[in-house]
Design a protein around this ligand. Structure first.
Ligand code: NDP
Length: 632
């Protein structure tokens, strides 16, 4: 349901505009001032400004009413909500994403207008105090008030008229996104294919399950679905990445018209996306490749969204994407235009690459503690929780929960097979790094670790043959190394991932804003963490520098890198595999060594293949060849 809150200083015109907006949208109107306590009204009448304590009850009452309206048919509210914390206070108490409408004008203009008002308890002199505390939002709809309310309404409506969306594919993600859109007041129609005997009645069942709350027109006939959507159409594909996307597109093509827009929100390969953009562009059909992260829960309540393609196409659906996205700590949507071509899907791919690295890292520390330090799952869970009080990592948090999960009185994890597969995004990240000629050590190690885990039978046999023993005496000093070691490896894994984004941005001329990408990854997505929050600032200050070269990170890594070396050395000595952790320390050791081993590589190549080598005592790019063998 749509909830609009018109905010801004007193006298800016919230009530006038709110009443007409509500009537235009056929929504009930709620005047924010009506929620003030008697004491507050008295205070304002006597010319005293309200303090934060006075406002608390008022904001609570408004949030309660918004919550109720969001369960019914939505509403238009007014509330000055001058400070960010007031807006956050309200937003945190309601389930639906509020559409904030910030009305603004200069102090002088509003002051003049207020002087003309007679029947209002607010004294014009108090306007200055409102401007003093005003923190304009960086999100929402911003409207400068015009001389006539009609013009202001026109400007506002141009910004809030939401396009409709059709969704194809009602699997895990499609259903959740459809519900998220419907909850946020977007008109959404749904389609799922019928496969007799296998996939029957999916769209109808979905509609029936939610018809008491949402309209959700449903279709199992593609032609009827397409004809039902208003032109130009916006159709979100939420089908399995790969062949299914091409097959759906070819079914759709004869039904589409110029200017229709397809949004592929699955995990498609960015090269496929670029091909589809080109092919559909020839037919004047827009195509956006959209990365979405957050799993089922994120898709339902607010994912992180990474749209790539043409700006024109993006702007058509920007309002929808912003409404359904998660919010960052300042209340801004975790959605931002990534760049042209397949950049949205590339960034999503790399998001998953970092995710692979972080998951494997957590798995390695769990494995080391469980099978080598012989700690119980409960003890490890407690340790992870303690770490997470500082790190605030979504993946570490869920891992702590997993370690405690019981099934029929026993811990479930001990009954889960130790075999992990990999498909798609992790391996594609490695391929992309190879294509761009840069290192992706931790992410690649994570992908390979999953591959190697696959042959359980051989691992069981090999352990017997090699007679591995895995006892380490648990000492407090070993335990004391673990947290710092984990932190260092986590930082290195992220640094490696962002380096690939930087390289791709330059190589493909995408002009990626890495700080903004970190920002939209601070909530809604699987790799959200406290560290991601700090990356927003680090990358803002040094957008073109490797994260490991930022002074803050150098200090952090210097204080933890020996702990990481210690843990990895100890683990390897006891036959405990730590591929991502050791890849992290090895990466750092190469990254920060002025003298590498590559001089002998150059010499070897020149020896056997006459490839030439560069010299330390001449210009870069000048090649020399030596006759290495003594011919006499
Ligand atoms: P599901 O397997 O739950 O759903 C897949 C959907 O695709 C179903 O509606 C299915 O229809 C449809 N489909 C499959 N093949 C075809 C075809 N040939 N023609 C038409 N429709 C087809 O997948 P998810 O919802 O989990 O994932 C969808 C996409 O989102 C994937 O690309 C995935 O990688 C990506 N993704 C998934 C996330 C997750 O956490 N699950 C997170 C982020 C992205 P039917 O029911 O008839 O088989």
């Amino acid at each position: 349901m749509q909830i609009f809150v018109l905010m801004g200083v007193s006298g800016v015109g919230k009530t006038t505009l709110g009443v007409v907006l509500a009537s235009r949208l056929d929504l009930p109107f709620f005047e924010g001032d009506d929620f003030h306590t008697k004491e507050n009204i008295q205070k304002m009448k006597s010319g005293q400004p309200l303090n934060d304590e006075d406002r608390k009850e008022w904001l609570k009452r408004i949030a309660k009413r918004i919550g109720e309206s969001s369960q019914r048919n939505g509403g238009v509210f007014t509330c000055s909500a001058l400070k960010e914390k007031y807006r956050k206070f309200i937003q945190d108490r309601v389930q639906v994403n509020i559409e904030w409408i910030y009305l603004y004008d200069s102090f002088e203009t509003i002051h003049e207008r207020m002087k003309a008002r007679k029947d209002h308890f607010f004294k014009p002199e108090m306007l200055r105090s409102q401007f003093d505390i005003l923190e304009p939002p960086k999100y929402g709809i911003q409207v400068k008030v015009s001389a006539s309310p009609e013009q202001t309404l026109k400007d506002l409506m141009a910004k809030i008229d939401k396009p409709e969306m059709g969704i194809i594919g009602l699997g895990v993600m499609g259903k959740s996104l459809a519900l998220n859109m419907a909850t946020n007041g977007i008109r959404v129609s749904v389609y799922n294919r019928e496969v007799p005997g296998e996939e029957e009645g999916i769209a109808r069942n979905f509609h029936e399950e939610y018809s008491s709350r949402f309209e959700l027109p449903w279709f199992n006939d593609l032609k009827e679905f397409v004809e039902h959507l208003p032109r130009p159409r916006n159709i979100l594909l939420m089908v399995k990445a790969g062949k299914a996307v091409d097959s759906v597109i070819s079914e759709l093509l004869p039904l589409l018209e110029a200017d229709d827009l397809l949004l592929d929100a699955g995990n498609s390969h960015f090269i496929d996306t670029e091909r589809r953009i080109r092919e559909l562009g020839d037919k004047k059909i827009h195509y956006l490749g959209i990365g979405i992260s957050g799993g089922e829960e994120g898709a339902r309540n607010g994912p992180s969204i990474m749209p790539g393609g043409s700006m024109e196409a993006y702007q058509r659906v920007e309002i929808i994407l912003n409404l359904i996205a998660a919010r960052d700590k300042d209340g801004r949507p975790c959605c931002s235009y990534i760049g042209p071509e397949g950049s949205g899907h590339f960034v999503k791919m790399l998001h998953n690459g970092i995710e692979y690295g972080e998951m494997q890292l957590i798995a390695e520390f769990y494995h080391f503690m469980r099978f080598y330090l012989k700690l119980s799952l409960a003890e490890i869970s407690t340790i992870f929780k303690k770490w997470n009080a500082e790190l605030n990592s979504y993946l570490l948090g869920i891992s702590a929960d997993i370690l405690q999960k019981e099934e029929n009185g026993s811990l479930l994890l001990d009954s889960i097979l130790d075999v992990a597969g990999q498909k798609g995004t992790g391996g594609w990240s490695t391929q992309a790094a190879l294509d761009l000629g840069i290192s992706l050590d931790t992410i690649t190690a994570a992908v390979m670790a999953r591959n190697l885990s696959g042959n359980k039978e051989r691992r069981v046999k090999a352990e017997k043959e090699y007679e591995f023993r895995n006892e380490i005496k648990v000492t407090d000093s070993i335990k004391g190394c673990l947290f710092g070691a984990f932190k260092a490896a986590q930082v290195i894994n992220h640094s490696i991932g962002f380096d690939l984004l930087f390289k791709a941005s330059v190589e493909y001329n995408w002009k990626l804003n890495l700080s903004e990408i970190a920002r939209i990854w601070t909530n809604g997505c699987i790799i959200r963490s406290g560290f991601m929050e700090s990356l927003v600032e680090i990358l803002k200050e040094n957008p073109a520098s490797h994260i490991l070269m930022s002074s803050e990170i150098i200090t952090e890594i210097k204080s933890h890198k020996d702990l990481l070396s210690e843990v990895v050395a100890m683990a390897i000595k006891r036959n405990c595999p730590m591929p991502v952790s050791s890849a992290a320390i090895n990466y750092l050791n190469v990254f920060a060594s002025a003298q590498s081993s590559a001089n002998i590589i150059q010499a070897q190549r020149d020896y056997f293949g006459a490839h030439g080598y560069e010299r330390t005592d001449s210009e870069r790019g000048e090649y020399y060849h030596t006759q290495w063998k003594n011919t006499d």
